[in-house]
Design a protein around this ligand. Structure first.
Ligand code: SF4
Length: 459
């Protein structure tokens, strides 16, 4: 299986990669299937059914909106977040969806979008099923898809075969474990970033790769900027107030504080992470890194590198992203990056591990030290559950991103000061994370039926 750096870092919209980005892509894909099967003329409506975690936290995570937008033919990376309210209003008022020039669908939301809270599809907790119906309600075409984390989707048949839908290309330096990655690097005298760059040449030329990495970084910078300049209350009913703009004002207006309080730097890292996570919660434009729920960690640590590491370079930013992606591929291949599969250790834990490795690469640490940094960051996120209050990606998610970013920086520093000796390998911690996720009760896997989600009363 071949995963590109641009599969892990996708420009999309909030608040959730598995519950927003994946379902939108699946709905869009199903429309394509209806058209390619020459069923556009006969199709009168599409019934969408959401199962498992998608039905439990789907409303809070915006799955209903994502399905409508996907059926309208939109994709997460091209839709303007500012257009979304108007598009949804038009569909709900007209009770119809113009899916394509040849395909107009009747859309009565209660009838055509169903949340099956007590049912789960057999292969994954984030299942959805689309059925094209003729005007008499007869079934014309039915497909099941699974949103397996980070915006990745798989069809029922692909998941049954365990193949990623996106790509089966041959890459020059394949790896599925940290040990294989290290051996490939050593055998071919490559850094992890160089190896990832060479693999990426399977799909793009050098210029396109560099431009793509720059676009990812610029999307992260824009997201931080919007998060720092947009105040107010986040949508969803919890009345969570955005904190990043106020923190930014405090830090800007008190520059001397950093001279007396060396930990001011943590305030800056927190601020970057809060800015992105608040934008994500508001449904804004973010980069999955590797998921939306954990989208604040990598931008926060990259901003830390850019602003606070004295010899930071553009090449360092590229090395950061490429190396972080290599670590993300290990988790995606051997464990999971889905909160619905393994809890928050698969989202915030993985992002923290990726960020620690990325920072270590940007600061030119050795492969062993990079792996050590990634391992430390995950080791101390093992067992982290997913229990968002009200099914919204807000509490504990927003603060948890800030904690994940600080943990990543600390993991990097511990690896940097270490003598290279460590007991737990990166492969072992990935294996442990997967086993811990398998053992975790279902209520802690993005269902909002356990933990903080049931112990904190919504006001
Ligand atoms: S608790 Fe973690 S995994 Fe769950 S929604 Fe929030 S960020 Fe995602």
């Amino acid at each position: 299986m071949a995963v590109s750096v641009f599969d892990l870092f996708k420009i999309g919209i909030g608040p959730s990669s598995s519950h927003t980005v994946g379902p939108m892509r699946a709905a869009n894909l199903f429309i394509g299937q209806v058209i390619s099967h020459n069923l556009a003329e006969k199709t009168h409506a599409i019934l969408t059914e959401l199962y498992g975690s998608l039905s439990h936290t789907g409303r809070g995570h915006g799955t209903d909106k994502a399905i409508i937008l996907g059926l309208l033919g939109h994709m997460p990376d091209e839709i303007n977040p500012d257009d979304i309210p108007g598009l949804l209003e038009q569909v709900r008022e007209s009770e119809s969806i113009q899916a394509d020039s040849q395909l107009t669908l009747q859309f009565k939301e209660k009838k055509h979008l169903k949340f099956h809270k007590r049912k789960t599809l057999p292969l994954h907790s984030n299942g959805m099923q689309f059925t094209a119906l003729d005007k008499d309600g007869n079934e014309l075409l039915r497909k099941a898809y699974y949103s397996v984390g980070g915006g990745f989707i798989m069809s029922h048949s692909h998941l049954a075969k365990k193949h990623i839908m996106e790509d089966d290309s041959d890459i020059p330096y394949p790896f599925t474990t940290a040990a294989e990655l290290e051996n490939q690097c050593k055998e071919h005298s490559l850094t992890i970033a160089q190896l990832m760059f060479a693999n990426e040449q399977t799909w793009r030329n050098d210029e396109q790769i560099k431009q793509g990495l720059d676009q990812i970084w610029l999307a992260m910078v824009s997201c931080v900027q919007r998060g720092l300049t947009t105040d107010g209350v986040l949508p969803g009913g919890l009345k969570v107030i955005r904190r990043a703009p106020k923190l930014h004002e405090q830090l800007k207006n008190n520059p001397k504080t950093s001279l007396t309080d060396p930990l001011t730097i943590l305030d800056w890292v927190n601020m970057f992470a809060l800015a992105v996570s608040e934008e994500n919660a508001a449904g804004g434009r973010v980069v999955t890194a590797p998921t939306n729920g954990a989208a604040g960690i990598i931008p926060a640590v990259l901003h830390y590198y850019h602003h606070f590491v004295s010899d930071a370079t553009e090449q360092g930013i590229h090395d950061f992203l490429l190396t972080a992606a290599a670590i993300g591929i290990l988790y995606k291949t051997k464990a999971s990056i889905s909160g619905a599969e393994v809890g928050c250790q698969g989202e915030v834990g993985v992002a923290s591990s990726m960020a620690a490795a990325g920072l270590a690469a940007a600061c030119q640490l050795t492969i062993e030290e990079i792996h050590n940094a990634a391992e430390i960051a995950m080791e101390h996120n093992l067992g982290l559950t997913c229990d968002p209050i009200g099914g919204l990606v807000q509490i504990p998610c927003i603060e948890r991103n800030a904690m994940g970013a600080v943990k990543a920086i600390n993991a990097f520093r511990m690896a940097d000061r270490n003598d290279g000796c460590h007991w737990v390998t990166l492969d072992k911690v990935i294996q442990t994370m997967k086993a811990t996720g398998d053992d975790m009760k279902e209520i802690y896997k993005e269902t909002s039926r356990g933990g903080l989600a049931v112990n904190i009363i919504e006001c």
